[in-house]
Write a protein that binds this ligand. Structure first.
Ligand SMILES: C[S@@+](CC[C@H](N)C(=O)[O-])C[C@H]1O[C@@H](n2cnc3c(N)ncnc32)[C@H](O)[C@@H]1O
Length: 268
């Protein structure tokens, strides 16, 4: 059983109120909660699954941190992507151990941390961002999750194109993706997929027109809705509020220019 030490991330959950915190353990630090104060020193040397009490005597359980919780809580200076979308993107773009992926923009690195988590030690994420301060923040966030070495953070405007070719997947989260479809086409391997997030329906229309012009095929548009429930077995019902809207996801595949006819003759 792993013993918690200085610098480890740990997820705190209150059985009483359901309150949660994701903290990085630091000797001498404390976590304030509405149920009292938790000293990091009281957590050191315990293991996930154990619990501690606040100075007011309320219990908090220690749980393994998940990429789900980490990615939605990253320190942010930009809009970020949320697990309801990032989980679907991984499947739609077929991202897994060993994949090479391009994303733009890096922003605060929420999606970057998810991509880097799933490509594993043999994969690579090339993350493009034109604002150096965002790229730095994203790198810090990815460091915290321990995956920064799987990412090449590039401070560059993608107007001039991507440096890589034949990548397995490419994702655009920029305000004007319609303008970069040609650049995406050039970097992506034929038969592989591009994903795009846009917040409004008129942008979806613009992107669809662009994808058709650029020879992308198998185009799909989806919107992911996630409805959490109040966990009471006697009165099970949805939460009163939910994330109403993040964006529309568009996926498309790159068609190569090669085409082989079947070679069969109809006898004419
Ligand atoms: C919404 S944020 C991305 C958030 C990110 N997906 C996340 O999960 O944290 C969009 C980012 O794209 C960057 N950006 C916009 N246009 C760009 C371009 N042409 N080249 C590089 N970065 C660009 C912006 O600076 C901004 O940081």
């Amino acid at each position: 059983m792993a013993v918690l030490k200085q610098g480890d991330l740990i997820f705190l959950w209150s059985p009483e109120k359901g309150d949660t915190f994701l903290i990085q353990l630091e000797k001498g630090s404390k976590q304030d909660t509405r149920l009292g104060v938790i000293l990091h020193d009281h957590i050191l040397d315990l293991s996930p699954g154990d619990s501690v009490t606040t100075h007011l005597g309320h219990e908090f359980c220690l749980l393994e941190p998940t990429i789900y919780e980490f990615s939605r809580r990253v320190k942010r200076k930009t809009q970020i992507m949320f697990p309801k979308d990032t989980g679907f993107i991984l499947l739609a773009l077929n991202i897994g151990p060993g994949s090479t992926v391009i994303e733009c923009g890096t922003g605060s690195g929420s999606l970057t941390s998810v991509l880097a988590h799933f490509v594993g030690d043999n994969g690579k994420v090339f993350s493009y961002e034109r604002r150096p301060e965002f790229s730095k923040l994203a790198e810090k966030n990815c460091c915290k999750w321990g995956v920064a070495d799987r990412v090449e953070f590039k401070v560059k405007d993608i107007e001039s194109g991507f440096d890589e070719r034949e990548v397995d997947a490419l994702f655009l989260d920029v305000p004007n993706p319609r303008d970069y479809l040609r650049q995406a086409w050039e970097a992506l391997a034929a038969g592989h997929r591009l994903g795009i997030l846009v917040p409004t329906t008129n942008q979806v229309t613009q992107v669809l027109e662009g994808l058709q012009e650029e020879n992308f095929i198998d185009i799909q548009v989806v919107e992911i809705l996630l409805r959490p429930y109040k966990v009471n077995s006697q009165r099970l019902r949805p939460e009163d509020t939910m994330i109403g809207h993040t964006g529309y996801l568009i996926f498309a595949a790159k068609k190569s220019l090669r085409h082989r006819r079947d070679g069969l003759s109809n006898g004419d």
